[in-house]
Design a protein around this ligand. Structure first.
Ligand code: EPU
Length: 336
């Protein structure tokens, strides 16, 4: 494991924010993980583990060690009558892994095509799109406890998956390095195409994992900016969950507001709609902007700093709060 000094993270965060990490390294194998644990024992510097850097906003230079997880490997570990179990290293690219499953005839992850980031980052916030989330196909993961070096296995329940949330993003934040995840892919495919846009674009086509994956890719490309071209971190805000009374109150005067009932009776509503209603879609503040095709995505049109993006986000939060009394929460992790 080589440690470099004052290394730019521009290439390692999908917002393309030009900041430096005081120390920088890459983790490619188990030996590198052991070296990282040894470094951590004798250093009081902060450690930042990064996968694809696609759910982070750096506001300043990072003063500790940034370790980019680049471990690779895909392995079929078990098969039974119902499922094929596939174990994947944390550093694999998520979308390339999804395409591997689709091309090899395994089903379950096709709706999660083209989500940026790595496999190891996927359980952190239980990635989801078009009616499916990682938890639906999740079996278990292995993680290294950073203080002891012990490797622990977490089943689905232990991961405490929730909407864009998990044990690793909440209670155990910063305590583990996720080494690999195992997904169970069904042999009896049950396609989930209820999301209106997806159903429409599949009309007249045979339903199979490849066609669904291709339709999801086309849908995402039509609405969401490619981070390789315009810096962004996907949805910048979570969809807020509000009380039924508050939702009905807004819905009376704004019938186009969507709402998805939650188990406890609250309603998850659309952050994009709220932001759009407040007139933010397509607006720019310096090089930071709200994407013109989707109000939930903040973008870096060139040289925006993390502070520029965050100041735009704060203005949006204040404006939605003032008009609708709903406080939006950022989805990406803020590195201050
Ligand atoms: N809408 C607007 N204006 C816009 C865009 C959308 O008013 O500019 C309204 C429309 O009424 C639309 C509704 O918002 O029907 C919902 O929009 P969309 O279907 O695009 O989904 P979303 O709730 O905004 C979520 C995820 C996305 C995921 C899509 C599709 C979150 C925070 N975001 O977005 O995930 O791809 O559903 O399933 O849950 C991500 O997390 O990075 C991400 C892209």
């Amino acid at each position: 494991m080589k440690i470099k000094n004052n290394h730019s993270l521009k290439k390692y965060n999908s917002f393309g924010i030009n900041i430096n990490s005081r120390y920088f390294t890459t983790i490619k194998n188990d030996a590198n993980i052991d070296e990282l644990l040894a470094w951590r024992k004798q250093s009081d510097q902060e450690l930042l583990l990064v996968g694809g850097g696609s759910n982070m906003l750096f506001k300043n230079d990072f003063q500790g060690l940034t370790a980019i997880i680049e471990t690779k490997g895909i392995e079929i570990v078990k098969e039974d009558g119902e499922y094929t179990y596939v174990k994947v290293a944390a550093g694999e690219n998520w979308h390339q892994f999804v395409r591997w499953t689709v091309e090899n005839g395994y089903t379950g992850l096709e709706n999660l095509s083209l989500i940026p980031g790595t496999v190891g980052a996927a359980p952190m916030q239980n990635i989801g799109a078009y009616g499916v989330e990682l938890a639906d196909c999740f079996d278990e993961l292995e993680a290294v406890e950073l203080t002891t070096g012990n490797i622990k296995t977490f089943n689905k329940q232990a991961c405490q998956f929730d909407y864009r949330d998990s044990y690793f993003k909440s209670t155990a934040f910063g305590e583990y390095l996720i080494k690999n995840i195992t997904v169970k892919l069904s042999k009896n495919s049950q396609w989930k195409i209820n999301y209106a846009g997806l159903k429409n674009s599949l009309a007249g086509q045979e339903l199979n994992a490849l066609n669904i994956s291709n339709a999801v890719i086309a849908l995402r490309q039509s609405k969401l900016p490619d981070p390789a071209i315009i810096g962004n971190a996907g949805s910048f805000f979570k969809n807020p969950i509000i009380s039924q009374a508050q939702w009905e109150n807004i819905q009376q005067s704004h019938p186009t507001l969507s709402g998805y009932p939650q188990k406890n009776g609250d309603i998850k509503t659309s952050a994009a709609w709220l932001i759009d209603q407040c007139g933010w879609k397509g607006r720019q503040q310096g090089d930071a902007g709200v994407y013109k095709k989707h109000a939930l995505v903040l973008v870096n049109y060139g040289d925006a700093s993390g502070e520029d993006v965050w100041s735009l986000a704060e203005n949006i939060i204040a404006s939605v709060n003032k008009r609708f009394g709903i406080r939006l929460e950022a989805e990406p992790r803020l590195i201050t």
